[in-house]
Design a protein around this ligand. Structure first.
Ligand SMILES: Cc1ncc(COP(=O)(O)O)c(C=O)c1O
Length: 356
């Protein structure tokens, strides 16, 4: 980057970062480079180590998060890469309601005698700070999936560092537009780029971002070796999605804020959970059957897992056997899209009226 260039706002970074140099006849967008191998003699060498389309995506995400990004084949590939850094018998502190896939990786490490885990209520800052003592890694997710709890990131990150632990923050729900954990001192930011970053429910991808050059080298070394790399076309799609991240997040958040207001007044809804930002809401209905009825009665809202796409989707989380038993049976996680909010509400209200 040009040293004299002005500091850009996130919306401008989302649009401008990671583009080819502005030269006559240059394409505006980084092309999809389909190459397993490169002519020897320079940096790239082989398709498991580097790809120009990855570099463009990584430059854009890195600028948004304020660090250096690495693209992975999926969010879980990124999760596995970080968890694998924990040394033999290391202690990992994690939220009791983190994404169930991340918790399953942790449970697997524990079952194989590789690591020990302590699951915490991340809203109880004092308890989390105490748990950091003697930890090797503090895993944070804020807001949590699907409980939507938030953590006091600066306090917990500082306590973890005092205790000698590294900190990773899964920033999938907030996106770098609503939260930049590296600014709070986190060592690594993790994304399921499948969600908001790509944003169109058509690609699986993950990412890690760090400010620490040594850690970057370690993470890239693991990716080079284990090969959890994304395809160039997937990466191109994710970068194309990233160009409108600010517009999609802004609209999803505005829709979510309005839907929360209306949901709170509906008698079939016993609880509405919303962290006050972002496009994900969780509602609790009377029981599992009521939640199932809701997810099978709407016309616009699609019953589907995943989240962060332009279209509104929802699901009863306990339909997954691996979801935490402390998540209510009647909890429905709603990923609010960018449609017209009155249409979204009309569809929901009609279905909720049938539920109770
Ligand atoms: C918060 C969070 N982290 C990580 C993941 C895993 O990402 P992926 O499905 O892209 O492997 C998910 C997927 O739902 C998620 O919601």
């Amino acid at each position: 980057m040009d040293e004299d260039a002005p500091t850009l706002k996130p919306a401008t970074i989302a649009v401008k970062a990671g583009r080819p140099a502005t030269e006559p006849d240059a394409p505006l967008n980084e092309p999809i480079t389909m190459a397993s191998t490169y002519v020897a003699g320079a940096e790239r060498e082989y398709g498991r180590y580097a790809n120009p389309t990855w570099s463009a995506f990584e430059e854009a995400l890195g600028e948004l998060e304020g660090g250096r990004a690495l693209a992975f084949a999926s969010g879980m590939a990124a999760v596995g890469t970080v968890m694998d850094l924990v040394g033999q018998d290391g202690r990992v502190v994690a939220p009791q309601h983190a994404y169930h896939g991340s918790l399953m990786v942790l449970a697997d490490l524990e079952a194989r005698g590789r690591a020990r885990s302590e699951l915490v209520d991340i809203t109880d800052t004092d308890a989390v700070v105490k748990a950091c003592d003697d930890a090797a890694l503090v895993w944070l997710e804020s807001p949590t999936n699907p409980a939507l709890e938030t953590a006091d990131l600066p306090t917990i990150i500082a306590a973890a560092h005092d205790a000698g632990a590294s900190v990773v923050v899964d920033n999938t729900f907030a996106t770098p537009l609503l939260q930049r954990p590296l600014d709070d001192g986190a060592d690594i930011v993790l994304h399921s780029a499948t969600k908001y970053l790509a944003g169109h429910s058509d690609v699986l991808m993950g990412a890690l971002v760090t400010r620490d050059d040594e850690l970057y080298g370690v993470l890239k070394g693991r990716r080079d070796l284990l090969g959890a790399v994304p395809g160039p076309f997937e990466t191109w799609l994710a970068l194309r999605g990233l160009r409108t991240l600010h517009l999609r997040v802004e609209r999803a958040q505005a829709n979510a804020t309005e839907l929360v207001r209306r949901l709170e007044q509906h008698p079939a809804v016993t609880e509405v959970r919303y962290p006050g930002f972002g496009g994900i809401i969780a509602i609790v209905l009377a029981d599992g059957p009521a939640a199932d009825l809701l997810t099978h009665t709407t016309r616009l809202w699609v019953h589907a897992t995943s989240l962060g796409g332009v279209e509104s989707t929802f699901e009863r989380r306990r339909r997954w056997r691996t979801e935490a038993a402390t998540i209510p049976e009647g909890l429905v996680r709603m990923s609010v899209g960018v449609e017209d909010v009155d249409d979204l509400w009309a569809d929901l209200e009609r279905a909720l009226d049938q539920v109770g």
